[in-house]
Design a protein around this ligand. Structure first.
Ligand code: NDP
Length: 338
């Protein structure tokens, strides 16, 4: 069983060498009487929150730290090989929490979602139809309180979550602008995801000027993925009664000392509502999300760009690449195509 082992707790930017790929001689078998399941992992998801799990957490978080010397864990798509659980039978496909290894023993399979629609690429269940998709759906429709015709700005807009928020907002009837870290990503935003406008924040360090050019009337909704200087610039450009949905702040995850935010007083002047959220509070909406998004995929109204790393050997580089913007679209690792 080939595995990606987490070596030790990390400070600063994570590196490929913080993980190693090893062959485990241990035979995985469902223990007698177990109500777990044995799965073959097909696709694994690289997600920014995994950075937090590389720290020794002294405050409780929604997920524990990785265990040094043990396989990395995270969301993935898998096929059931053996089941001791009433929800699953041999051959079922599922997405949920699994290990970064070829085969995993899942001890709490009730937290996994059975895949009922396999007529779409299965890797979509790490992104569009999985946790990032639910994040975009809940964050935009439930936290941002959007109205047709409003202006929406999204940072890290070409990524797993951002590309969907932008497409949901466009289909809903908003004016949508995104920022991303390369020309290729800006082209994707404008030409593939049909954003109204987009800019490369790395080439335009005057973020306030870039926002004023793309959104001269100001921002009704900011979907916050990066934090730091971008948040400060956005605060100068919010409209009265604007909303900021705080999904994440990836620019802060590798800093020992988070950057300060200087323009918060604008929230008072502009009566802005800023609300953080986590997807875990919204999984009860997964059926309603699927009902909306599956037809949109089949009709070609929603498209999804993935960046695929082949094989567990390439998983460490894929994961750390999230923090330099190496990924173009949702970062997936393929363990096995079937
Ligand atoms: P992405 O697919 O967008 O990948 C991460 C991207 O972040 C990179 O490609 C890069 O894009 C950008 N980035 C990396 N470092 C920086 C930096 N220092 N400054 C600005 N941008 C940076 O990831 P996801 O779509 O999966 O996640 C997006 C955000 O959503 C993250 O903050 C994540 O933590 C959050 N999240 C929150 C959830 C919740 O429940 N609240 C659930 C899922 C995700 P670029 O080249 O454009 O810089």
């Amino acid at each position: 069983n080939k595995q990606v082992i987490f070596r030790d707790y990390v400070s600063g930017f994570p590196k490929e060498t913080d993980m190693e790929v090893r062959e485990s001689a241990m035979k995985l078998r469902l223990p007698e009487g177990s109500n777990g399941i044995l799965v073959k992992n097909l696709y694994l998801s690289c997600d920014p929150y995994m950075r937090n799990r590389m720290k020794k957490l002294d405050v409780p978080s929604y997920r524990d730290s990785f265990q040094p010397g043990s396989p990395v864990t995270g969301y993935g798509v898998a096929r059931v090989l053996e089941s001791g659980h009433p929800n699953f039978k041999k051959g079922d496909l599922l997405w949920g929490f699994t290990g970064w290894e070829e085969y995993s023993l899942i001890t709490a399979p009730e937290t996994c979602f059975k895949i009922a629609h396999a007529d779409v690429p299965l890797s979509y269940y790490t992104g569009l139809l999985g946790m990032p998709g639910m994040t975009a759906y809940a964050g935009f429709f439930k936290v941002c309180s959007p109205k047709k015709g409003e202006t929406v700005f999204i940072s890290a807009a070409s990524g797993a979550v951002g590309q969907l928020v932008g497409q949901f907002a466009k289909l809903f009837g908003c004016y949508v602008v995104g920022s991303a870290g390369s020309k290729e990503k800006v082209d994707l935003l404008k030409n593939k995801f049909e954003f109204d406008d987009a800019f490369n924040y790395k080439e335009e360090p005057d973020l306030d000027a870039a926002l004023k050019r793309c959104l001269p009337e100001g921002i009704d909704i900011y979907f916050e993925n990066v934090g730091g200087k971008m948040l400060d610039a956005v605060l100068l450009n919010m409209k009265i009664h604007g909303r900021i949905a705080v999904c994440g702040m990836i620019s802060q995850y590798n800093l020992e000392q988070p950057e300060g935010v200087h323009n918060l007083m604008n929230m008072v002047l502009k009566r802005v509502r800023m609300e953080g959220f986590t997807v875990f509070d919204y999984y009860h909406l997964y059926p309603e999300f699927l009902e909306m998004v599956l037809p949109q995929i089949k009709e070609g109204k929603i498209v999804y760009v993935e960046d695929t790393a082949e094989g567990l050997e390439n998983a460490p580089a894929a994961l750390v690449g999230l923090f330099s913007g190496r990924n173009v679209g949702k970062q997936v690792v393929v363990v096995s195509h079937e």
